[in-house]
Design a protein around this ligand. Structure first.
Ligand code: SME
Length: 152
């Protein structure tokens, strides 16, 4: 998708999610709502979901798409890299990312970013996979980071 068109779509999604997440302050309900809206409005999203930080594990939370790994072992893969760096990780080709965890062989590219709690601590990871190579750009990172702020 062209970047300007993508940005416009994200703007509309953020407005909608801003309204929807106001209705309920439960983080899981908000995550579920965010996944549903993003997944159905963004054509390049094949798997859209959250992993929740539970001690030394990332445990799957609300998601849309094919069945995913339930637990991601500490330190390995794209989601843990985003959690450890506390910033977005864009992976244009998952086969070229050392330690990438393949939950579904159809995923070709991926973006993961931290979801911060009220004290700016990392509480979860927002992860999106695409069947298209190189599907994610800094535009996705910028807008998904704003969306992640709606959770807690
Ligand atoms: N690929 C991720 C695992 C989660 S799935 O993509 C849904 C990773 O390497 O952390």
């Amino acid at each position: 998708m062209e970047e300007r068109k993508k940005a416009g779509r994200y703007e509309r999604i953020i407005n909608q999610l801003g309204e929807l997440t106001k209705k309920c302050d439960d983080p899981i309900a908000r995550m579920a709502t965010i996944c549903a809206v993003l997944h159905h409005k963004m054509d390049h999203f094949y798997w859209t979901g959250f992993y929740l930080l539970r001690d030394d594990l990332l445990v799957v939370g609300p998601y849309q798409g094919p069945v995913a790994c339930q637990v991601l072992e500490k330190g390995k893969g794209v989601c843990w890299t985003a959690a450890n760096r506390a910033e977005a990780v864009i992976v244009p080709d998952v086969t070229a990312f050392p330690g990438h965890i393949a939950c579904d062989p159809r995923s070709r590219s991926e973006i993961a970013l931290p979801v911060f709690g009220p004290g700016s601590e990392t509480r979860a990871v927002l992860d999106v996979d695409s069947t298209r190579p190189d599907a994610f750009s800094p535009t996705d990172a910028r807008f998904l980071a704003k969306i992640a702020l709606l959770v807690f």
